[in-house]
Design a protein around this ligand. Structure first.
Ligand code: SAM
Length: 239
């Protein structure tokens, strides 16, 4: 937790928050904070700054907060992912949030097991838990928007072409693809396949919608490895 995220309900007075949950545990056990210490804090979907500890015991920490700076810049990216199995999905969600993804579309594909769509991870609370862990890691505050699309064809035919407009639209695919392009700040849409890969019909539909296949070399990477590798290649390192 490199940043303590604050929510409107934490505020008990102007600029004063009271924390009781896992954030209190973190402040006491990891920071070992004492009265007078300053911690990095950020308002959910808002500014970041410092929180000065003005009281702390086993029940609560009271912080006086001063939020003065913008959170780190977002990636200009719309990320489309075939829904991974839950264990990998947790890690991938956190990584995507840490890397600055703000628009995430989870889609179906022939090789996505139907049972994955019943995972509690896809409930708003499940998504939020892992997105918050990713934001806390990065020192970011802005929650990514997550869109779920359980049907591949209507998404690819009816929504994807508009999502691609004005963007470099790319499909990560190890076969019959161009090498990954150079880093650029331009708005980008990137689709990443399921663990078994997109089937040829799906690749054809994605290409018809305007996506250009790109590869990362002949090594086949896990989704959780491919995503950070792709984002590191496609975007310049921020300030
Ligand atoms: N057995 C699948 C195949 O051969 O296509 C492997 C799929 S891989 C585990 C999951 C996804 O990660 C792929 O659909 C692709 O989007 C991305 N990926 C993995 N390695 C890649 C590479 N070398 N180049 C481009 N994309 C890659």
């Amino acid at each position: 937790m490199n940043l303590i995220l604050l929510f409107p309900e934490d505020f008990t007075g102007a600029g004063e928050v009271r924390l009781h949950d896992r954030r209190l545990t973190h402040i006491t056990e990891v920071h070992r904070a004492e009265v007078g210490d300053c911690l990095k804090v950020g308002m959910i979907n808002g500014a970041v700054g410092q929180g000065k500890v003005i009281a702390i015991d086993q029940q609560e920490a009271v912080l006086r907060v001063n939020l003065t700076r913008e959170p780190p810049a977002a990636l200009p990216l719309t990320l489309i992912m075939a829904l991974p199995r839950p264990k990998m999905f947790k890690r991938t969600l956190q990584t995507a949030a840490t890397l600055g993804v703000k628009e995430l579309w989870l889609i179906n594909s022939y090789r996505v097991d139907k049972s994955y769509w019943g995972s509690p991870l896809l409930e708003p609370a499940g998504l939020q838990e892992h997105l918050l862990l990713g934001l806390e890691q990065a020192g970011d505050t802005v929650l990514p928007q997550v869109h779920l699309r359980k049907r591949f064809k209507p998404f690819v035919e009816d929504e994807l072409p508009q999502l691609c407009e004005g963007k470099r639209a790319l499909l990560a695919h190890p076969y019959d693809a161009q090498p990954c392009p150079k880093p650029s700040d331009e708005p980008t849409l990137l689709a990443v396949g399921p663990e078994g890969g997109f089937i040829p019909y799906e690749v054809e539909k994605l290409v018809d919608a305007g996506l250009a296949p790109i590869h990362l070399g002949s090594r086949i990477l896990r989704v959780e490895t491919a995503i950070p590798f792709l984002l590191a290649k496609l975007f310049p390192i921020g300030p």
